[in-house]
Structure formats: C-alpha cells, structure tokens
Ligand binder design. Structure first.
Ligand code: GRF
Length: 225
C-alpha cells in the first residue's frame, strides 16, 4: 500500500475526499501536516486516526527554517507521495528539489492559466467560458510544474468568484482522488521534467471524465493565459 502524506493549511475538504476514498483507492493517508494550528482539516485527520503534525510557519525565522522543520516532520512519515491540498505556503527550491517527483499540488484553475491566487475572479474578469482545476507535479516554479490532469467546468451567466469556487470544489475532490489513485498505482511519473503515463509522455494533461477516470483528450481553452 502506497503511503501518502497530505499538507494542508485550512478547511481540508480535499483531505476529506482523499480520506474517504483511501479504503478503495489502494493508498493510505499516513500523516497530515498543517502550517496552521487552527486548521479545521486537522480534526478530520484525527477523526480518521491519522497522525497529525503542526509546523507553524510563524514560529520559524524564514522559509528555509520552516521548510527544514517541514522536512523533519515528513521524514518519519516515510511517505511515498506528498499531496499539497490547500497548503498555502510557498516552498523553497531546496525543499521542492528534495521531494521532486513525489509531490503534487491541486490548483483551482486550468493551468497554465492563473497561477497564484484569486483564480476564480481572474477567470471571470478575463471573460473565460471555461474554468476548472489542475493537479500538477510541484517544481520550483510556482504552480508551474507539469500538469498531470485537469477537470473543466463551464462558466455560466451570473457566476461570481464565490459561486465558481463552490461549484468547482466537488470537481477538485474527484480530480485529486483520481490523480492520487493513478500516482500511487505507479502509472504516472515525472521523468526528465515531464509527466509520463505508462511509458508515454503526456503531451497534454489528462482530463477527468464523468466516470472519474483520467482520459487522454484535449481541452479547448478559449484564450491565452
Ligand atoms: C482548494 O480550492 C484548493 O484548490 C486551493 O485551496 C482550496 C483548499 O480547500 N488550493 P480545502 O482546504 O481542501 O477545503
């Protein structure tokens, strides 16, 4: 059984989805780390009898010291995979490179569009017809690592950033679970800086289907980033 550590900063709804699917997903959530002691997601982990650790960023003098403490918390978990699920800290290159190829992030946009924050508002402001979420390998470039898979969602008349975020969240959960299943089954890997699935490089991200499977098909995204 592949071991997965989940890093969170807040609510933990993506963590909840991963916990719920673990029994049938072929992976085990073996530790949850939060940079915020008050993150509601910590209680979800405890309820599931998953060990939790708080590495409070405010108690460290800088990013390097925080990341060193984060690595110290991760090491005993002996995770095969690290999932950033609403983890709101920018990681140092050293930390990222030490965990390269085994760390992924869920981001609420169709990358490469809208790295960083306020993705829903920016998609609306741009007049996009399509929004969505992405799971990508974490590399030193913020939200810039190879995208593994995406889920698209139409933007509708009257949508607001809050409405978009609410409607996207359940799709994020399904996307993240599908990706973690594939990653922990060993069929997707990072090779020479590219996402590779069962021997072939992903020219485009996989797309989540209604059946919760990840399929190779392209998304028609309306405009450039
Ligand atoms: C999600 O929308 C995720 O994409 C973003 O932060 C949110 C975290 O939500 N990075 P939760 O803590 O998993 O409920």
């Amino acid at each position: 059984m592949r071991r997965v550590a989940v890093l969170i900063s807040g609510r933990g709804s993506n963590l909840a989805a991963l916990l719920a699917a673990a029994a049938t997903g072929g992976y085990e959530i073996c530790g949850v780390i939060s940079n915020r002691p008050d993150a509601p997601g910590l209680a979800l982990a405890r309820d599931a009898a998953v060990p939790t650790t708080v590495v409070d960023h405010r108690k460290h003098s800088g990013r390097a010291a925080f990341d060193a403490a984060l690595q110290d918390a991760l090491d005993p978990i002996a995770a095969d995979w690290i999932v950033l699920a609403g983890f709101m800290r920018i990681l140092t290159d050293a930390f990222v490179l030490a965990n390269l190829g085994r760390m992924v992030n869920i981001h609420p946009s169709l990358l490469p569009r809208y790295t960083g924050l306020h993705t829903h508002a920016r998609a609306l402001e741009a007049g996009d017809e399509l929004h969505g979420a992405s799971v990508h390998f974490v590399t030193p470039e913020l939200d810039g690592g190879p995208v593994i898979a995406q889920v698209p969602m139409a933007i509708l008349p009257g949508d607001t950033p809050v409405i978009l975020a609410e409607r996207l969240l359940p799709l994020e959960h399904r996307l993240l679970v599908a990706c973690v299943r594939e990653l922990t089954s060993g069929s997707i890997r990072l090779v020479d800086g590219k996402a590779v699935r069962s021997g072939g490089r992903l020219e485009f991200p996989l797309v989540l289907g209604d059946d919760d499977q990840l399929a190779a098909r392209t998304l028609a995204v309306s405009a450039s980033p």
